[in-house]
Design a protein around this ligand. Structure first.
Ligand code: ZN
Length: 448
C-alpha cells in the first residue's frame, strides 16, 4: 500500500506549522497566512526546527563556567549593547525600519574590523557596489581588508567563503538573499528559515561573526518571518524612525549576555556614530513650559535624564483621546483614572497626549510621578521649574513608591546641576539636592 503523503501547513508570518489548515494562525493571530508546504519545504522545517548534534545532560557541578571570547567593534555603543563586544561564531540580527541607519552602521563596523586587520565581507543585495562605495567614501570606511560582494544567491556567498578566510560577514539584507536549492520565493518563511539555518551553520563551523540586517514593517515585525528571532543568537532592534536625530538600538535577545543596555547613536554627516554624553541628550533646561516635567530613568547601567511632555486639551468627542508616544498607553490610562479619582480633576472631558522626547521608550515605572506632574502642569497651564526632577512609581491606590538604583539617578541629577528632587522617601544621601517627600499622589498637588 502506498504511504500516505504527509501534509503540513506553515504560517508565513510567524513560522508556526500545523497538520491542518487554519483561517487564523493560533500563534500570531494573522488571517489567511497558512500555506501548504511541499516535500522539500517540509524537510527544511524538520531540519531547522530540531536541534543539531546530540546533547547529554550533565550534573551542574561538572560544568565549567565559560568566559565568552569577544573582540571590540571599535564602537562603544554597539559593544555595550552586544554585552561587551562581538562574539566570534555568533549570528546577530539587526532590525529596524528602512532608513534608520542599519546599513550605514554596519558598513562602518565592517570598516572598523578591517582596520583591525580582520577580513570582513559585506554582502549587498539591496544596493549596487557603486552606491556602497560612495557611502564608504562618505563614512571614511575604505580599507583593503573590507570586501564587497553584490550578490543575492546564498550559494555564491558560500563559494566566496572558500576563497578567503573571513572573520566577519555582514548580510544586507536577509530579505534579498535566497537559496537556489529552495523552490519558494525570496523573502518567504521557508527561504528565510533555510538561509538563516545555513548562516548559523557557517558561523559556528567557521567561527565567523555574522550580522544580518532585517527590515521591519510598519507593524513592527521583521518583514515576513518572526521565525528568524528564534534561530539567531542575538537580536537588536532600532527604536523609533529615521526622523529622529538620536537612534536607539535595544537588545531584544542575547545568548551571550544581558539585554539590559541600549546603544545610543546619532546621525551625522560621517554616518551613524556613537552619541557622546548620552545622559544630557534627552532634555533641555531652558524655557520652562506648561506640560513638561523631568525624570531620571535607568537604561541598563546608565542613568538618563528625560523630559516628559503632556498636552491636556478640552475634548469635543464622546470618547476623549489618550495617546502616548514612548510610554505605555495602558499605564497612562491607569494614571489618568487615578488623577480623576484622587484629585477630582474631570479628565474624562479632556484629550491627553504624552510624548517622551528623543524617541526613547520608557520601560520602567519610575517616570510615573513625572508623567502625573506633566499632566497637572498642562491642565493648569502652569510651568514647572526646570530645576526639579520627579522620580517615583505610582501604585493603583495612589501611593508613591521608591524606585531601585536611586543613588545613580540622584548623582546624575546633581551632575547636571538640578537642585530639587521629588521622591517617595527622603534618601540618606541626597547628593546635594533638596529632596521633597511625596509618598502619595495628593501630596504632589499640594507641592505644585
Ligand atoms: Zn502565525
Amino acid at each position: 500500500m502506498a504511504k500516505k503523503k504527509k501534509v503540513l501547513f506553515e504560517c508565513q508570518h510567524c513560522g508556526l506549522t500545523a497538520p491542518k489548515w487554519m483561517g487564523k494562525c493560533t500563534s500570531c493571530g494573522t488571517w489567511d497566512s497558512m500555506v501548504e508546504l511541499n516535500e522539500q519545504e517540509q524537510e527544511i522545517v524538520k531540519l531547522t526546527s530540531t536541534s543539531t548534534g546530540v546533547t547529554k545532560a550533565k550534573p551542574i557541578t561538572q560544568i565549567q563556567e565559560s568566559e565568552v571570547e569577544r573582540f571590540s567593534s571599535n564602537d562603544d555603543e554597539l559593544d555595550l549593547v552586544l554585552g561587551g563586544g562581538i562574539v566570534p561564531g555568533s549570528l546577530t540580527l539587526i532590525g529596524g525600519s528602512p532608513g534608520v541607519g542599519k546599513s550605514t552602521l554596519l558598513l562602518k563596523i565592517g570598516s572598523n574590523l578591517a582596520k583591525q586587520g580582520k577580513d570582513t565581507l559585506y554582502v549587498t543585495g539591496e544596493e549596487s557596489e557603486g552606491q556602497i562605495k560612495l557611502r564608504a567614501n562618505r563614512l571614511d570606511a575604505n580599507n583593503e581588508n573590507l570586501y564587497l560582494l553584490s550578490e543575492i544567491k546564498l550559494e555564491q556567498v558560500i563559494l566566496e567563503l572558500s576563497v578567503r578566510k573571513y572573520e566577519c560577514i555582514i548580510i544586507d539584507s536577509i530579505q534579498t538573499l535566497y537559496s537556489e536549492n529552495v523552490s519558494s520565493a525570496p523573502g518567504s518563511v521557508t527561504q528565510v528559515r533555510q538561509i538563516t539555518f545555513e548562516l548559523m551553520r557557517i558561523a559556528k563551523e567557521q567561527k565567523i561573526a555574522i550580522f544580518i540586517i532585517g527590515h521591519i514593517t510598519k507593524e513592527g515585525s521583521i518583514a515576513g518571518p518572526r521565525v528568524l528571532e528564534h534561530m539567531v543568537d542575538t537580536v537588536l532592534y532600532f527604536e523609533g524612525d529615521s526622523s529622529q536625530e538620536l537612534r536607539i538600538l535595544r537588545g531584544f535577545k542575547n545568548r551571550f549576555g544581558p539585554t539590559s543596555e541600549i546603544g545610543v547613536f546619532e546621525m551625522k554627516a560621517e554616518g551613524l556614530v556613537s552619541a557622546k554624553d548620552i545622559s544630557s541628550r534627552f532634555f533641555s533646561k531652558d524655557n520652562a513650559q506648561p506640560g513638561s516635567a523631568l525624570t531620571v530613568i535607568m537604561e541598563g547601567s546608565r542613568p538618563i535624564i528625560l523630559e516628559v511632555q503632556a498636552l491636556v486639551s478640552e475634548s469635543h468627542a464622546p470618547n476623549p483621546k489618550r495617546q502616548a508616544t514612548g510610554f505605555e498607553n495602558n499605564r497612562l490610562n491607569m494614571l489618568l483614572a487615578l488623577l480623576e479619582r484622587k484629585l477630582e480633576i474631570p479628565l474624562n472631558q479632556y484629550d491627553v497626549f504624552i510624548n517622551i522626547t528623543g524617541g526613547i521608550k520608557i520601560t520602567e515605572t519610575s517616570a510615573d510621578l513625572a508623567i502625573l506632574a506633566a499632566i497637572i502642569s498642562s491642565f493648569r497651564n502652569r510651568a514647572i521649574s526646570k530645576e526639579t526632577v520627579f522620580i517615583g512609581e505610582v501604585s493603583l491606590v495612589g501611593d508613591v513608591r521608591e524606585v531601585y538604583q536611586l543613588d545613580p539617578r540622584l548623582k546624575e541629577s546633581a551632575l547636571h546641576k538640578f537642585s530639587k528632587a521629588l521622591l517617595a522617601k527622603k534618601p540618606s544621601d541626597t547628593f546635594g539636592l533638596k529632596c521633597y517627600e511625596v509618598n502619595e499622589v495628593t501630596k504632589l498637588i499640594d507641592w505644585m
